[in-house]
Write a protein that binds this ligand. Structure first.
Ligand SMILES: Nc1ncnc2c1ncn2[C@@H]1O[C@H](COP(=O)(O)OP(=O)(O)OP(=O)(O)O)[C@@H](O)[C@H]1O
Ligand SMILES: [Zn+2]
Ligand SMILES: [Zn+2]
Length: 836
């Protein structure tokens, strides 16, 4: 018997090592690298992924257990993806199984099911038969019963099942099953026409409904879903069933594809002739694809410069060579409009993966890729794991977006994964943005270190596209100082300039996009007498007021309470509710511009499936004057009648305790400004702020990416922040502070020892060999308590490539046992994007 090395799905650090199993003879040939298997583990049956098939095991073979089952005929992961998972777990310090699971569609995350059957020598007493006649009958009839199903349908039988298991009359067997399988539909397969005619004659006259069904099948002689047949013949499925019972027709289970875009037609689109500027940008990318060379490009194109058209034509090149392409777009930019552009060009070859699909739909799209029926995958972050085998091109649109970093384990960054997969496949990687992240930009113009994996950093080729298509001008941007407005007696939400501009658009029948930078915006309850604000009793976070349900909610833990009638602190009745920011703006719009038609898009109005899409269609069809929303309205929209963009509270996020706050603000403002005047009509942008002189706002007025980024990069270099230095944070959480503090201190002390041993100076300044390590903390996290657990963090800031992640892994191993014993949770973030 051969041996398989398996990563078992136990996502804890202490079980985070592969285990060897024997491959039983009947599974030999089915077990491959990347196979999903069921294996016995600590008395249970768990799912695992085969990592390798070693010659032999270091463990005595007699102590190895056999693999219980292989779960798929074709391994869901290729050897390349298995290797990628190993790399991810080292790069971002997560358990290997967590990295591997992240690559599988949710539908394949197996669940252990228990089955019971009668033991071969079970002797049932008359009392047993008397107490549980139905259970015994079901056992005899079906042989095995699924425990979860049995307990759900007949909770009253739990006691008997338990007793019989204990007495050995029942046996239990475990099996790993998929949460979801392919979807099948009962389909009627009609017999021959002659048989149909004979059946019609045989049916008694009163069976009119049944005759209708047969007549329909005779007229439309092809397989049809039972449900559809019932509808077409104007009857019910019960009638069809009685025909099957008589043996006149046959029912079969047929696999169907859940296609979220079924029934939608996409106007085919042909490649546009490229403008000279586009051609210049296209040439090096096309060349790399042609030569099947791994190259990373930064396509830095202003908004509306025609980047998407370049993506489409690059993909076409890759496809013509028989290769495949992945396109990543930020989740919220994954609008129907975006999907349509890819479907229109590549039709059924496109698979779409995003979180608004049901897990069944996602699974089917994933299988399309796996089985080679789709050659282009368009999707959000996790589409980077699309199981292609001949990748020619990976595109990341809006590469600066924070959504490319996953905030829970595995805390990977899709950009780094893309570079890694590109290297393995010899594929071109195109990172596109109007406002590249400072990491990518700094690397591309070679004033900062390269990007990608540690120790295999790459320098992207810089490809600028500085003009909009057809020489359309970038919109004119005006910055309005709201302090000045106040001084002149305007206390309204809209400055005079914005109000005038809006009025003009209404008169001309043009459209406006209004962005409310919601982060940090008033959405809370405040007492005007004593200044009390309502906060969550479990988290150190202000509660948000929801006008619709009239309650206060915590966005972190879901806690909610009814709106108070008086201040809970001083009993004053002068308690004020601030609606969610966008609701307030909507009200102000309605009262300032009577009759205005507003579409509000925020978390509250877009939770329902398909609502996002509906709002945008409505806006595109000009059934509204204003599209008002949060970050959601800033990206990817391309509407010809939008000639005005207004930004309220541009500076709201500037004071967040995050060194990237300025960068994020600049990016958001530039992106939303880019929604205006993208077609024939010229655009205008009005930005309202209390900090007009702040670089990240002032540079937007001049469309000055270069000026802003160079200033910001200088600043980062002086402070040792990314891209010049790297960060790693450890977050510790527990119900009690002293324990956290002491464990945090131990971590910090051990890290300082290692830093000193590596030659880092105690003051954190770079030494002669360029190595600098600063260990900060432990300090309370910016969100100091969440779900009744206190949170502390340590941050390591380092330069010159010391192996800080490696040290962290070692120290965590030492702390693991103590943490487990006391219930302290430890979370590591390598290269964190969010500092909260
Ligand atoms: N070569 C071309 N000839 C004519 N029109 C073009 C050409 N390339 C792009 N366009 C059109 O110009 C507009 C802007 O292009 P596109 O949306 O591709 O830009 P983008 O850079 O991806 O925009 P953003 O990043 O702002 O979303 C679109 O309406 C597109 O159809
Ligand atoms: Zn009060
Ligand atoms: Zn809470």
């Amino acid at each position: 018997m051969s041996v398989a090395r398996v990563s078992v799905d136990v996502p804890t650090r202490d079980a985070d090592r592969p285990f060897d199993y024997l491959v039983p003879a009947h599974l030999e040939g089915w077990v491959e690298v990347g196979s999903r298997v069921a294996v016995p583990f600590g008395g249970r049956t768990l799912q695992g992924i085969v990592l390798e098939l070693p010659e032999d095991s270091e463990v005595d073979r007699r102590r190895l257990k056999p693999i219980a089952d292989v779960l798929d005929a074709v391994p869901p992961l290729s050897p390349e993806l298995v290797e990628l998972g190993i790399w991810m777990s080292e790069r971002w310090l997560c358990p290997l199984t967590v990295a591997l699971q992240a690559m599988l569609p949710a539908a394949l995350k197996g669940r252990t099911e228990k089955y019971i059957s009668a033991a071969p020598n079970a002797e049932w007493t008359p009392l047993d038969r008397f107490e549980q006649p139905e259970l015994l009958e079901a056992l005899e009839r079906q042989g095995t019963l699924k425990l979860s199903q049995l307990l759900q349908q007949h909770p009253e039988r739990v006691a008997a099942v338990k007793r019989w298991l204990k007495e050995g009359k029942l046996e239990e067997r475990q099996q790993v099953e998929d949460r979801l399988s392919v979807k099948t539909v009962l389909t009627v397969v009609p017999p021959s026409e002659a048989e149909l005619r004979r059946a019609l004659l045989e049916l008694p006259g009163r069976a009119a409904k049944q005759r209708d069904v047969l007549a329909y099948l005779l007229a439309n002689h092809e397989p049809i879903a039972q449900q559809a047949l019932a509808e077409a013949a104007g009857t019910t499925t019960a009638v069809i069933r009685s025909l099957t019972d008589k043996g006149l027709i046959e029912l079969e289970s047929v696999t169907v594809q859940r296609d979220p875009y079924a029934g939608r037609s996409f106007e085919p689109s042909a490649p546009l002739p490229l403008t000279p500027a586009q051609q210049q940008a296209f040439a090096p990318i096309a060349d790399a694809v042609d030569r099947e060379a791994h190259r990373v490009f930064l396509l830095h194109g202003v908004t509306g410069s025609g980047k998407t058209e370049l993506y489409l034509q690059s993909i076409e090149k890759a496809l013509r060579q028989g290769r495949e392409a992945i396109v990543l777009v930020p989740e919220i930019a994954l609008t129907p409009q975006m999907v349509e552009r890819f479907k229109s060009r590549f039709g059924a070859r496109v698979a779409v993966l995003h979180s608004r699909l049901s897990s069944g739909e996602r699974y089917d799209e994933w299988r399309k890729i796996r089985e080679g029926r789709a050659t282009v995958a368009v999707g959000a972050r996790s589409a980077i794991f699309a199981p292609f085998s001949r990748l020619g091109l990976i595109i990341i649109d809006e590469e600066h977006e924070t959504t490319y970093k996953q905030e829970e384990s595995p805390k990977y960054h899709a950009r780094d994964v893309a570079v890694r997969r590109g290297q393995r496949h010899g594929a071109a990687v195109v990172l596109g943005s109007a406002t590249p992240s400072l990491e990518t930009y700094g690397a591309a113009i070679e004033i900062a270190p390269g990007i990608g994996g540690r120790g295999e950093e790459v320098v992207p080729v810089y490809v600028p596209l500085p003009q909009r298509v057809a020489d359309r001008p970038l919109p004119r941007v005006s910055i309005i100082d709201m302090r000045e407005e106040l001084r002149l007696g305007n206390r309204a939400m809209f400055s005079r300039a914005l109000a005038d501009a809006l009025r003009e658009r209404l008169a001309r029948g043009e459209q406006t996009v209004l962005l409310l930078n919601r982060r940090g915006y008033a959405t809370f309850v405040m007492c005007r007498s004593c200044g009390y604000t309502a906060s969550c009793p479990h988290c150190d976070i202000a509660l948000t007021y929801h006008r619709g349900s009239r309650n206060l909610r915590c966005h972190y833990c879901g806690y909610s309470e009814r709106e108070p009638e008086a201040c809970p602190s001083c009993a004053s009745p002068h308690i004020r509710f601030f609606g969610t920011g966008t609701q307030k703006v909507e009200e102000a719009l309605a009262s300032t511009f009577p009759g205005i038609r507003v579409i509000r898009m925020d978390v509250d109005t877009t939770t329902e499936k398909g609502s996002h899409e509906r709002w945008l269609t409505e806006f595109r069809e000009r059934r509204a004057d204003v599209l008002l929303g949060t970050q959601m309205v800033a990206k990817g929209l391309d509407f010809p009648y939008v000639t005005l963009v207004g930004v309220l509270a541009a500076d709201a996020a500037l004071r967040l305790p995050d060194f990237r706050a300025a960068e994020r603000t600049f990016q958001l403002l530039t992106q939303v400004a880019g929604r205006a005047g993208r077609h024939e009509l010229p655009g205008e942008v009005i930005v309202q702020t209390y900090e007009p002189e702040h670089a990240s706002i002032a540079s937007v007025e001049r469309h000055d990416y270069r000026g802003f980024s160079h200033q910001e990069l200088r600043h980062r270099r002086a402070l040792g922040y990314p891209p010049y230095g790297r960060l790693l944070t450890l977050t510790l959480t527990h119900e009690q502070v002293p324990l956290l503090l002491s464990m945090g201190q131990t971590f910090a002390a051990r890290m300082r020892e290692r830093a000193a041993a590596a030659g880092a100076k105690a003051d954190g300044r770079p030494g002669p060999d360029g190595i600098a390590v600063e260990v900060l903390g432990p300090v309370p996290s910016p969100i100091a308590r969440l779900k009744d657990r206190y949170r502390f963090q340590c941050m390591i800031k380092y330069q010159g490539n010391p192996d800080v992640p490696g040290w962290t892994a070692e120290v965590l191993k030492e702390l693991q046992e103590g943490a487990k014993r006391h219930g302290v949770q430890l979370g590591v973030d390598v290269d964190p994007q969010m500092m909260l």
